[in-house]
Design a protein. Structure first.
Length: 226
């Protein structure tokens, strides 16, 4: 039985989400503010979090950012009452896997939850350890070393690198990366991929401006050649 954490301060919203998730057979945990949500997420280790953006004590963005810093890698679906692109981009940048804008249709929300849980459960990754150039990566332990020195990669950067390594020699589109790593497929956010690739290059390439491993395929995406 998958465990879902709802971090939401609106009582009616909490009741509706909890009742419908339980009808779907999920175990449900509830937190009413950001600080409680962060604490319960780290203690209970849910399979998915439904996280409101605007929360008392700690914002959804800060909750998400702190979870990813603590290597929490379960899907995070962010709820927002705002329709502004900036908020959605910020959510994805700090580690949210998806977002849905209030008011939303219940069927759409349930479909997204099922898709993220299915992807998290059945995702197949063939490479757990890989070395290229002077870089060695242990994807299972989330450790990376370059020239004998530990490299600090975020959970999202590990996922991105792992996907590229698993598809080494292939050209993968930004949309493929966004869907596989973030669980989100809107073209308007493909710059999220570019930003993360740039940060990853800064950490693993000797010359990030002239990369030897993560190559840009003009107007298409990227190809890993290590």
């Amino acid at each position: 039985m998958s465990k879902i954490l709802i971090v939401e301060d609106e009582p009616d919203m909490v009741t509706g989400l909890r009742d419908n998730f339980e009808l779907e057979g999920y175990q449900v945990i509830v937190a009413r503010d950001g600080e409680e949500g962060l604490k319960k997420a780290l203690e209970e280790k849910p399979d998915l979090i439904v996280l409101d953006l605007m929360l008392p004590k700690m914002s959804g963005l800060d909750v998400c950012r702190n979870l990813r810093k603590n290597s929490f890698d379960s899907p995070i679906l962010m709820l927002t009452a705002r329709g502004q692109e900036l908020d959605k981009v910020l959510g994805l940048e700090v580690g949210a896997d998806d977002y849905i804008t209030k008011p939303f249709g219940l069927n759409e929300l349930l479909a997204r939850v099922r898709a993220h849980l299915r992807r998290a459960t059945h995702e197949v990754s063939t490479i757990e350890n890989y070395a290229f150039g002077d870089v060695a990566v242990d994807f299972q332990k989330f450790k990376a070393i370059k020239n004998g020195t530990p490299v600090e990669l975020s959970p999202r950067e590990f996922e991105l690198l792992k996907f590229l390594v698993n598809h080494r020699g292939e050209t993968v589109t930004r949309e493929q990366l966004l869907d596989a790593v973030w669980g989100y497929d809107a073209m308007m956010f493909t710059r999220t991929v570019d930003n993360h690739v740039a940060k990853l290059r800064q950490k693993i390439e000797d010359d990030p401006e002239n990369p030897a491993f993560i190559m840009t395929v003009h107007r298409v995406g990227y190809r890993f050649v290590g």
